[in-house]
Design a protein around this ligand. Sequence first.
Ligand SMILES: Cc1ncc(COP(=O)(O)O)c(C=O)c1O
Length: 453
Amino acid sequence: MTPANTATPVATPTRQQDPSLDALWMPFTANRAFKAKPRLLIAAQDMHYRADDGRLVLDGAAGLWCVNAGHCRASIAEAIAKSARTLDYAPSFQMGHPASFALANALVEILPNGIDHVFFSNSGSEAVDSALKIALAYHRANGEPERTRFVGRARGYHGVGFGGITVGGIENNRKAFAAQLLPQVDHLPHTHDLARNAFVQGQPWKGAELADDLERIVAERGAGTIAAVIVEPVAGSTGVLVPPVGYLERLRAICDRHGILLIFDEVITGFGRLGAPFAAQHFGVTPDMMTLAKGITNGAVPLGAACVQGRIYDTVVNATERGIEFFHGYTYSGHPLAAAAGLATLELYATEGLFARAASLAPTWEEALHSLKDAPYVIDIRNLGLVGGIELEPRPDAPGARGFDAFVDAFATEDAMIRVTADILALSPPLIISEAQIEELVGKVRRVLERLK
Ligand SMILES: Cc1ncc(COP(=O)(O)O)c(C=O)c1O
């Protein structure tokens, strides 16, 4: 278990003439403010980025929760290059190539028992849409076509497809499109409870009963109308909400009672983030389906997956006598470069024992994060595995501004990249982080907090 952290220095490419920033419409970005004061990354290695002004920047966010093995790992880069030279592309409809089958098999090896079929997409958003469609297809094939409703959760993030924003619960992502969201979706309450759980380390003890709201929805809508419930086991993008002890177990039990499929969106929690391959194993709760992306290729090539229990695959596939059984798929489903990157990534996770490494670092991580309790404006700290959320008191007149200032200052002054959602700082470093780098990261965050206004 010796990850190659800092073994290779981050390259300093010669700064190229800066391109004009005008033509690119940046996603989830304040375009005008960014273009007035850009933050550009030009290289990366292991725990660090290189900014375009030459600074080495500590990556406290694993890119965007995806670079779990650290940046620019040689074996992944080589696998991608080799595939680009030997099989650049293969059609995914009615044709195949060995690497996508091999990756599905390798995933099944680490997925929870029973989740043994994999449908590839190119992103988490597409994985979610695929999973929702599979749920509908399953119930139709299973003789219950009236099960068409979905249940999501307030503050949930499931990507940006119309399916994902409808079951998701992030209001800003929905409001411009509210008139066209999917019909027939209900939401469970979120589990954030500052009054009862502030500064709890790991899983909060209070709040399992919030899962019982599913019974209310079942009573109101009728169990036979609900296809699936989708939740992130730990809500990430909304600012790290760790599920209360017993909560996921209750959701599982209620779904079982009423024949409802349970989908865990593990786009963030997968691939060792919590110290186990997936959150499902960490919590000991097995869903019927899981959605994956991000760490599946260490962020190196876009790839997503909807993974399902065998009975779901069998029911859908066996319901059709001949021909295509499921009218859904992507030109790049299981793309050769993505499959090659995925295989090399899983190999790296295994050879370096990175999931176990995350588990063994978790207590140090927890202690370091919670040492920020006395820092200015901190009203809550949450953690699990190698993920952490630091919630700041919002400015009364400008919610979100203080958090964003912290993000900008961390990059500009402390040479650290962190994530921010409104006034919550989210930290999720690559799993190769050392104990010294945990201290360094938390020290940087403390200095940022001390400068905040
Ligand atoms: C839980 C979850 N689901 C889905 C997505 C969407 O993934 P993508 O951005 O790859 O579409 C994300 C992205 O952060 C996520 O965190």
